[in-house]
Design a protein around this ligand. Structure first.
Ligand SMILES: [Zn+2]
Ligand SMILES: [Zn+2]
Length: 357
């Protein structure tokens, strides 16, 4: 009987796994350090907002279609629908307390449409909106945000597997949520439409991740490389659980993306003493493209430092430019991934063989 139960579990558990939606918690709009947010239901959708034991139903084109949320010390002040509610946190869902379509805005700045379960609280002097989002929707959204228009379909599929692997392997990157919506984790904005190439790339690779020794890897990617990719330890970064390899990249080898930048002597010394972490610190301060890659030569000129380099990004993992080139040469997404991530497997999260944390 015991073996019969074991067989039943092995056969049936992947089916159970398929019915469990995988959710990721993504902190959004944090770069704006919001003090006030406006929340409204998407047209045709209804939004149930629960705060301090009270409920509000937001519906577009009704007298109660939106609320504003402000921070007051460590609590929220919620205004709308004829009420003012003070609460520690707010949760917004559809009527059945599941994922809803909604629009979240920073008044006077920007407005974005999302799908998921929204929670807002106050922390560190700002509002912290966090969306629990279906993993596949998060994958499609990051593929859309992290790739160039016109990227070939097989390269988009490779990117989808890389994004899903990262989101499956790398929980808890932030204190109040798992991932931010910036390149620090992976860029994420509005979800793409169901007919978009990004959505189709996610759908065509649904559930597939890169694994190493049976676990998904926090797969990294770079816009272009210097002709071969790098391992993190080459850059003084901590070695990842997956031992990245330096892989040849044909298109960047023949014709790398070249760039020139001018830096102050002070910034240049940060680069020379702190390496990749210094480059990232400069990019956080001066803009993400201030020093496009870690592969350059430097010379002094009139009190400034001139950098001449090749490649864009840290150079680790999937080279997006190389992936697009391989796709144009008829490689499929599996061939592209195995080229940039040697010794990995491409496995389904639903296979029952992939160990999650
Ligand atoms: Zn992050
Ligand atoms: Zn490359």
């Amino acid at each position: 009987m015991r073996w019969l139960c074991a067989v039943f579990f092995l056969v049936v558990s992947p089916l159970f796994a398929q019915t469990q939606p995988r959710m990721v918690r993504i902190g959004v709009l944090g770069i704006f350090h919001p003090q006030e947010l406006a929340l409204r239901a998407d047209p045709g959708a209804q939004l149930l907002v629960v705060a301090a034991g009270q409920q509000l139903f937001l519906q577009s084109r009704s007298a109660c279609d939106s609320i504003t949320v402000r921070r007051s010390e460590t609590s929220l002040v919620i205004d709308g629908c004829g009420k003012t509610i003070r609460a520690e946190r707010l949760k917004a869902t559809d009527r059945d307390q599941k994922a809803a379509d909604f629009v979240l805005a920073i008044p006077g700045k920007l407005s974005r449409r999302y799908e998921g379960i929204l929670e807002i609280k106050a922390a560190a002097g700002e509002l912290v909106p966090v969306i629990s989002m279906d993993l596949e929707l998060a994958v499609a959204s990051t593929v859309q945000a992290e790739t160039n228009p016109g990227t070939p379909a097989e390269a988009l599929k490779a990117q989808a597997v890389v994004s899903r692997s990262y989101l499956s392997a790398n929980f808890g990157r932030h204190k109040n949520f798992d991932f931010c919506d910036l390149t620090h984790c992976q860029a994420l904005r509005e979800p793409p439409g169901a007919n978009s190439p990004a959505w189709q790339a996610a759908a065509a690779t649904q559930g597939l991740v890169l694994t190493y020794e049976g676990k998904p890897i926090a797969a990294m990617f770079t816009r272009s490389c210097r002709g071969h990719t790098r391992a993190p330890q080459e850059l003084g970064l901590r070695q990842a659980e997956y031992p990245y390899f330096s892989v040849a990249c044909e298109v960047c080898g023949k014709d790398p993306v070249r760039w020139t930048r001018r830096l102050t002597g002070e910034d240049a010394s940060v680069l020379s003493t702190k390496g990749e972490s210094g480059r990232l610190a400069i990019c956080r301060r001066l803009g993400w493209n201030a020093v496009p890659s870690n592969n350059f030569v430097a010379r002094e000129e009139n009190g400034e430092v001139i950098l001449e380099g090749t490649g864009q990004g840290h150079g680790i993992g999937l080279c997006q430019r190389g992936a697009a080139f391989l796709a144009s040469q008829s490689s499929d997404f599996r061939e592209i991934l195995i080229h940039y991530f040697p010794k990995t497997k491409i496995e389904s999260l639903d296979s029952g063989t992939v160990a999650l944390r």
